[in-house]
Design a protein around this ligand. Structure first.
Ligand SMILES: NC(=O)c1ccc[n+]([C@@H]2O[C@H](COP(=O)([O-])OP(=O)(O)OC[C@H]3O[C@@H](n4cnc5c(N)ncnc54)[C@H](O)[C@@H]3O)[C@@H](O)[C@H]2O)c1
Length: 370
């Protein structure tokens, strides 16, 4: 298989879809890998390390798309990339089709094979290519929270772990899934007083078993949240209701009862946020203040740590990408239901029901294109 790795052109996207280590694996199996020059630069991988691993460097994105049978990338194609995708070309990347009709229409017109990271799904319902980014965002949430609690940037000036003789900060985490668990581990490690809330009692039982003694669990409900925010220094929003907007669990009137200079990090902002006052921000301008509470609501948190994010993402994507290269997309999807669920738009047909429903487009069962 001829594999192409273009440089990401979306604003501020520094990740790359294949590392030099990944190139080695493709080449070992007899595949050819074309990498666009400087594609790995933002993540700290120099062109020379790709060449050493056996990749062939190309000057332009046009050449990469023109030569490759399979394009592996990170973000959804944006407008200048649409026309580069050829009929029958496999594109393996995050697409998030349901949030863009223009992208969906463009991929239908280009007649490529769009296999989306975000809908690759294991038998237990977990999404193996979304988990790594939640792990990064969960851990980062505490790091950012700790930073913005510092006085010079507007926080209340409290150290998360306290010091001997001084109480640590109170960290409230709403949602005990991937993001919430990683955040709790980080906050606990720094010595904070941590409370995790979730509506899933089995999940709370599990967390209570594995977490250290400075992490407590609590049922998530309006009463408990209303009480807990009054004494919280840092609140991390980490809820997810799959396929739905995040519920607004912290309302404006609750915010008014919080300590001045407290910080809220709403990781769930990409699903609308679980804090009523949250609106999406960017890494250039990550925070704003409402009622004396500092809000951090960056929708692509992993973008700030491209080295870690690239490695975390490629650790998860590479085994799938290798399978696609070894077998071709059709055979790989016939043999693996996980990969089959990743097919969204194939040869101009929408084969993922939720995407068809989102834009009232005809839905074709995936079996018909295999
Ligand atoms: N901002 C970013 O850069 C970024 C990065 C990665 C993930 N995310 C987002 O973070 C959110 C969490 O992702 P995840 O991977 O941890 O999801 P997850 O499915 O692993 O966990 C979500 C948890 O929320 C719980 N929950 C649902 N309703 C609740 C409620 N009312 N109160 C308390 N808990 C509730 C669920 O029981 C589950 O345990 C998602 O919206 C995801 O898209 C954002």
């Amino acid at each position: 298989m001829i594999v192409g790795v273009p440089k990401e052109i979306k604003n501020n996207e520094n990740r790359v879809a294949v590392t030099p280590a990944g190139v080695t694996e493709f080449v070992k199996r007899g595949h050819t890998v074309y990498v666009q020059k400087s594609a790995g630069e933002g993540s700290g991988f120099a062109d020379e390390s790709y060449e050493k691993a056996g990749a062939i460097l190309l000057d332009s994105i046009e050449e990469v798309y023109a030569k490759a049978e399979m394009i592996v990338k990170v973000k959804e194609p944006i407008e200048p990339e649409y026309k580069l995708i050829r009929e029958g070309q496999l594109v393996f990347t995050y697409f998030h089709f349901a949030s863009s009709e223009a992208l969906t229409q463009a991929m239908i017109e280009q007649k490529g094979v769009c296999l989306a990271y975000e809908t690759v799904e294991k038998a237990d319902g977990s999404l193996p290519l979304l988990i790594p980014m939640s792990e990064v965002a969960g851990r980062m949430a505490v790091q950012e929270g700790a930073k913005y609690l510092e006085k010079p940037v507007g926080g209340r000036g409290i150290l998360l772990g306290g010091v001997p003789g001084v109480m640590p900060a109170n960290v409230l985490i709403i949602g005990g899934g991937v993001v919430g668990t990683q955040a709790a581990k980080m906050a606990a490690g720094l010595g904070a007083n941590v409370t995790i809330m979730d509506v899933n009692l089995s999940r709370l039982r599990y967390l209570a078993d594995i977490m250290p003694a400075n992490v407590r669990t609590m049922m998530s409900n309006e009463y408990n949240i209303r009480e807990a925010v009054k004494t919280a220094d840092l609140v991390i929003g980490a809820v997810l209701i799959p396929g739905a907007k995040a519920p607004k669990l912290i309302t404006r009137d609750m915010l008014k009862t919080m300590r001045p200079g407290a910080v809220v990090v709403d990781v769930a902002v990409d699903q609308g946020g679980c804090i009523e006052t949250c609106t999406p921000t960017t890494h250039e301008n990550p925070t704003f203040v409402i009622d004396g509470v500092l809000h951090y609501c960056v929708a692509n948190m992993p973008g700030a740590v491209p080295y870690t994010s690239t490695l975390a993402l490629t650790n998860a994507t590479l085994p799938y990408a290798l399978r696609l290269a070894d077998l071709g997309w059709r055979e790989a999807c016939l043999r693996s239901n996980e990969l089959k669920l990743g097919l969204n738009v194939v040869h101009g047909k929408v084969v993922y029901k939720a995407v068809a429903e989102a834009f009232n487009l005809p839905y074709v069962p995936v079996e018909e294109v295999l």
